[in-house]
Design a protein around this ligand. Sequence first.
Ligand SMILES: C[S@@+](CC[C@H](N)C(=O)[O-])C[C@H]1O[C@@H](n2cnc3c(N)ncnc32)[C@H](O)[C@@H]1O
Length: 200
Amino acid sequence: MLAENKVDALISDPPYVLGASGAGMGAGRKYLQDIKNHIDTGFDVNLLDNFDNWLVFCAKSQIVDIINQAKNQDLNWMLLTWNKKNPTPLTCGTYLPDTEYMVHAYRRHIWESKTRFVVGNVEKNPFDHPTVKPLYVMYKAIASASAPGDLVLDPFMGTGSTGVAALQRGRHFIGIEREPKYFDIACQRIEHALAQGQLF
Ligand SMILES: C[S@@+](CC[C@H](N)C(=O)[O-])C[C@H]1O[C@@H](n2cnc3c(N)ncnc32)[C@H](O)[C@@H]1O
């Protein structure tokens, strides 16, 4: 039971605005269709008005809006990155898709991790969802924006990666997901994490 029911940190990987259409051989791929149908819709940043400590993943095209949201709320902010060692190779003459962004907006200064980046591989996973975040990335997000014992909210939890990482790092968790099939996966993963207890 928590002393009070206040959310300490909103930590989320919300729907991006990617324009996920694909091209060439990739155009018909199922994961691109899944992204387009369920995830490539963006989100209303005004949702963040209700929180004074939030960390959200975002596409390059959303960074300005999200940083302006932090400024409008008079919060401190920092841009963090996930740098991928094995990005999808591209044949066209542009930058590799090897970096994802997180904006952390905050008033208080209680967190466990101070570096602005996390580096690692994109991982295969067994879940039927096109944008599952690796747990090592979510551990970084949890350590950057919350403290042990905090209540973490993810309003776009997908398969529940934030929740699993939060519980394994000694946080409490509330998650919301619109798609029943992803919600069911998240519940199974979170029940398993609860049964395992805190890992570190
Ligand atoms: C980028 S994915 C999150 C993936 C998650 N980080 C994971 O590792 O599985 C965003 C999720 O938000 C969900 N979503 C989109 N709009 C929503 C809404 N209005 N309310 C709740 N969930 C929503 C999508 O179904 C999708 O699963």
